[in-house]
Design a protein around this ligand. Sequence first.
Ligand SMILES: Cc1cc2nc3c(=O)[nH]c(=O)nc-3n(C[C@H](O)[C@H](O)[C@H](O)COP(=O)(O)O)c2cc1C
Length: 387
Amino acid sequence: MLFRHNDKYPYLLKYMNNKIFSIADARIAARRRMPRIMFDYVDGAAGSEYACVQNITRLDQLRLQPRVLVNTENRNLGKTLLDKLWHLPFGIAPMGMCDLTWPGADKCLATAAVKYNIPLALSTMASSSIEDTFQRAGSNAWFQLYVGQSEQVGFDMVDRAAKAGYDTLILTVDVPFVAPRPREQRNGFQVPFRMGPKQFFDFASHPRWSIDTLLTGIPKVANNVKEDTNTKFVRNESRGKVDWSFLQRLRERWQGKLIVKGVLSPEDAVRIRDSDVDALYVSNHGGRQLDSAPAAIQMLPLIRDAVGNNYPILFDSGVRNGEAVIKALALGADFVLIGRPLLYGLGAGGEVGLSTVIDLLINQIDATLAQLGKPDINDITQDVIVP
Ligand SMILES: Cc1cc2nc3c(=O)[nH]c(=O)nc-3n(C[C@H](O)[C@H](O)[C@H](O)COP(=O)(O)O)c2cc1C
């Protein structure tokens, strides 16, 4: 296919190697190559986008304590989470409609999950099905559940995930209502997609994305529709019915590991821990939900204190480099999930761009461990943060 690009095209690899030295570089490249409406879907956030910016700024403001004269020649980045050893301390956060970033993005994420031995959280809103993704990523794949108006549609997906072989389910609870995101509104972003003159011009000025998308097929939401009952996908349908009693019903139904995502309150965290949930996922959804929410990293140590030392915590929101991964681990996370940076990589250069971003993060984590005199990532504790 003329416009398809992946690592079989050496010019792209060369371009990536010459241009992408940070996540910020990947973001700029993605912005250039993606239609504005799609870039803004990924990059945008709720309200004035203050929460999104704060996530990044608060992480940047934390300082790490260098230590010297420690032998750090051999370093270990592997981490055990939920009884499984992963090669890296981070995984792929659940993100809906990734194929809007670049055609075939979901498949690239699944391939990367296997290649790097990291978890991939497949979103309810993904363009790839629960079954196909398990075929591609096997036990590296987790399933992330949203429940809208119909609990039955939600439970059907849970049953499908169990049948396909998934062992880990993430219930996302911080989207009781899809928050208005001004950039999406300004661009007329909606699902199903509607094309007006503004969008036409946007696509026409990004022919590579547009032709490749046309040739690959317009991405569709693959999971939360039931064709036999004509259930239609409605992106903005209320997800506000999900409450503590639902969590209890889900816990009874799902036999595998259960993670609850989108927790920012220590009080909620304790109640979730006591509801037989296997792990907590601290996140403010990358600032996409409540503009006045605290930065996720602010709440992390408070939540760690509340739930105690031995309860697994995952973290995302604002991680833009390897140092930020280490900071989150130091402040109480057991594992970190990466969101937008991976979509910037995909938007910048498909499969090659994605690997470039993951390799960048690995190198930065590796370099940071050496600087901190901590050759094993499992030895990162709060003392690496300058008080
Ligand atoms: C384009 C996009 C789509 C997302 N879709 C979902 C989703 O379907 N389910 C979910 O739990 N979180 C979703 N999230 C939130 C991410 O899982 C994660 O919490 C967030 O990206 C972290 O913020 P950061 O990317 O700024 O680090 C989405 C985020 C983005 C950027």
